[in-house]
Design a binder for this molecule. Structure first.
Ligand SMILES: [Zn+2]
Length: 225
């Protein structure tokens, strides 16, 4: 999407940005134009934004190295960040000038479809990311997102590989451990159900249709245990 719209330009400051850049969102409309003609920009003496367009700008680094996909959504006054395993929304509070972070998982409950365009994704259901306080800088938000997704990737592989050095690290570690435990217990229950149902269907000689109806009732029953 950002390629489609090219760059946003501040005419008086002679700087160009990605359209989602937090430093571009306050440019007044009569001082702004969108272009993808870089030759013309350079010829007219426009400079790249040091945050989103060139190193050592942290957003530049994340966009090029970590392949983040970002978009500014003017309706919710937020910057959306799509990573390989999550979708994030950082909402800027005009009153307190702080960024608040919201999250949508790529799996589990309220998950998003990674093939969807971020313009569609932004309308989905987010939850407030409670362990990150409102931040003054968008850089801190990006740092949090990267650390979070890195941990998530480790958990998917093996939670025991998570770092345990800081208090926050240990909190994540034990949360992941408990999640894994719950997941394993559910798996065992499901296995019991399956064995039980298979046993019953063989015993009673039921057809597939009856077995299917039976399945719903049995699953609910096992959860009450
Ligand atoms: Zn910028």
């Amino acid at each position: 999407m950002r390629h489609k719209y090219g760059r946003v330009v501040s005419k008086d400051k002679k700087i160009y940005h990605d359209s989602w850049c937090p430093y571009a969102k306050n440019i007044k409309s009569d001082n702004k134009w969108q272009t993808s003609n870089f030759r013309e920009l350079r010829k007219q003496g426009y400079k790249p934004c040091s945050f989103c367009q060139r190193p050592p700008g942290i957003a530049y680094y994340y966009r090029t190295i970590e392949k983040l996909d970002c978009m500014f959504d003017k309706f919710s006054n937020s910057i959306c960040v799509k990573t390989s395993i999550g979708f994030w929304k950082a909402v800027y509070g005009k009153e307190d000038r702080l960024w608040r972070l919201y999250h949508m998982n790529s799996f589990g409950r309220d998950h998003f479809d990674p093939d969807l365009n971020p313009k569609e994704l932004v309308k989905g259901r987010f939850h407030r990311q409670k362990d990150v306080a409102p931040q003054e800088s968008f850089e801190s938000i990006l740092n949090y997102i990267l650390a979070h997704d890195k941990n998530k990737r480790i958990i998917q592989e093996d939670y025991r590989k998570l770092p345990k050095s800081s208090k926050q690290d240990r909190k994540y570690y034990y949360a992941a451990k408990n999640r894994k435990k719950r997941h394993d217990i559910n798996k065992v229950f499901k296995l019991f159900d399956k064995i039980k149902m298979e046993g019953e269907s063989i015993h009673n000689g039921r057809n597939d249709e009856n077995l299917h109806a039976e399945k719903g009732g049995k699953t609910k029953g096992s959860q009450r245990i």
